[in-house]
Design a protein around this ligand. Structure first.
Ligand code: FAD
Ligand code: NAG
Length: 459
């Protein structure tokens, strides 16, 4: 067993082991490697190969600001990431527009960064390549089965144990291992499975040719718009947008969860899937007919996880704050987490780590608590915001729905600058979600933390 150090690394520098090469883990790896000087990073991924699969995903301004700071914006655009021009909410029965939120260049003006949509596989592919180029070691076929305290010459370090019997020594372990995180169990000392949200998703992509073959003017129009289209109806909604330069299209159907508890996914039938949207906009039903498989995904989350860190071990992304995807913020929050963690660790390394391992561990666990404090409130607001979105998106026809639709229709009059009872239309809420500069905040918070530590040391 040996802790290897990269040549650009001082031997006393931090070695970070990241469990999971998802979007959050990779973003963290890149940010750690881009720090000056870089941290030593090993990513361990249990999959035999990092498959860049999936459907569409959003990169909202808060995440876009972070990926831009990592120098990845052009690469993401070359990989098919495009600026979403509008967010169109539609009435389920007929597809009539309830309101269209202008996005495009307005995102940069309002929030300081663009709103992109991209194929999830392409996103992960860009991150993977960037992480490798930046010098992160990425091990595949490497499933973590436990974390133990190092002993002997490694005392004070964390020992990350892999299924094949090998182990790695780390100063810091980051559990970026997703919804069913094993590191989370280790941090909490007990299983803590995510809970049902009440909804499940069907999702898939299909080709331009499939849609073109309908020879329908309204479908053609939807295909050309660089908009996210959302049909809102009682207890369910549907989301449609283009991908890969409009050669592919993404469709997600969100409906009531009827899977037994404990069943995560299940192959449903196409008829059953379509039946959810009987009586809805016939155009939507035509688009739904393009889906050739009906895999049901149970959507899970937590209201709150009391603890994210234990000593020099911490969690990020879906491992610590899984959410309903209704604000397009799951991966975005994971990317924020990863970049902020890198800022904090690198600042600590530069401030000076103690040579005494015990003291060094105290420094690290203190710093990880700062990370938790910075992230917990923001991600909890996000999880709750997605639950609110579910409520407003899924209103049954009736008084509250009529009020919602009226309020939505009035939003353009205020130029999107006013309050709204639905967070999607509320200027302050959107500003704090999309416009808040989390990296600058992390720098400030580190400065404060560091001053406090210096004062404490002098008492
Ligand atoms: C229908 C749907 C739509 C969504 N749309 C959006 C969207 O538009 N925008 C958005 O921002 N988010 C969206 N999300 C959420 C987003 O997919 C997740 O929040 C995000 O991918 C979480 O990233 P992560 O890196 O935390 O975890 P994951 O992507 O789950 O990665 C975890 C990784 O850890 C690995 N791993 C697990 N256990 C181990 C182990 N023991 N040892 C080694 N490796 C391990 C896994 O193999 C995996 O590669 C959506 C989610 C759903 C379900
Ligand atoms: C996108 O598609 C259009 C129309 O087919 C084409 O002209 C353009 O070159 C494509 N752009 C990229 C980046 O592939």
């Amino acid at each position: 067993m040996n802790v290897e150090h990269k040549r650009d690394q001082s031997p006393s520098g931090l070695h970070v082991v990241i469990v999971g090469a998802g979007i959050g883990g990779l973003a963290c790896a890149i940010a750690c490697r881009r720090a000056g000087p870089p941290l030593s990073v090993t990513v361990v991924e249990r999959a035999p190969e990092i498959l860049t699969i999936g459907a569409g995903i959003h990169i909202p301004p808060n995440a876009c600001r972070v990926v831009a700071s990592l120098g990845l914006l052009d690469k993401l655009k070359q990989a098919g990431g495009y600026q979403v021009q509008g967010f169109t909410l539609r009435r389920y029965k007929n597809g009539n527009i309830l309101v269209e939120k202008p996005m495009g260049p307005r995102m940069k003006t309002e929030y300081g960064a663009e709103w992109l949509a991209i194929h999830r596989g392409d996103y992960q592919g860009v991150l993977l390549e960037a992480a490798r180029e930046a010098g992160a070691d990425i091990l595949t076929n490497a499933e973590v089965i436990g974390i133990a305290k190092g002993i002997g010459e490694f005392s004070g370090k964390q020992m990350v144990v892999l299924k094949d019997g090998k182990s790695l020594m780390a100063d810091v372990v980051v559990g970026a291992d997703g919804l069913w995180s094993g590191v989370r169990e280790f941090v909490l000392g007990r299983p803590f499975p995510p809970v049902e949200t009440g909804d499940l998703a069907y999702r898939g992509t299909f080709t331009r040719e499939q849609l073109k073959s309908f020879k329908n003017e309204r479908i053609d129009e939807l295909m050309e718009a660089e908009n996210v289209q959302v049909w809102l109806g009682p207890g369910r909604h549907a989301v449609f947008y283009p991908l890969r330069n409009k050669t592919e299209y993404n469709l997600v159907l969100l409906v009531a969860d009827d899977l037994p508890e404990g069943v995560r996914t299940s192959q449903g039938s196409l008829d059953e899937m379509a039946a959810n949207f009987e009586g809805w906009d016939p155009i939507l039903n035509t688009i739904i007919s393009c889906l050739k498989s009906a895999l049901k995904w149970k959507l899970l989350h937590f209201n709150e996880l009391d603890q994210w860190t234990k000593g020099a071990i911490t969690l990020l992304g879906d491992a610590s704050h899984p959410t309903l995807p209704y604000q397009g913020q799951g991966a975005a929050m994971a990317v924020e987490d990863g970049a902020i963690l890198a800022v904090l660790l690198s600042r600590l390394q530069n401030r000076g780590l103690s040579d005494a391992l015990g003291e060094r561990n105290t420094q690290l666990s203190d710093l990880l608590r700062l990370f938790q404090d910075l992230r917990k409130r923001r991600t909890e607001v996000n999880v709750a915001g997605a639950v609110d979105t579910r409520h407003y998106y899924h209103l049954p026809d009736g008084e509250e729905q009529v009020r919602r639709d009226k309020e939505l229709a009035s939003l353009p009059e205020s130029a999107w600058q006013g309050p709204c009872s639905f967070n999607w239309g509320d200027a302050d809420y959107q500003q704090s979600l999309l416009g808040f500069d989390v990296l600058a905040d992390a720098e400030r918070s580190f400065d404060e933390w560091s001053r406090r530590k210096s004062r404490e040391a002098n008492i």
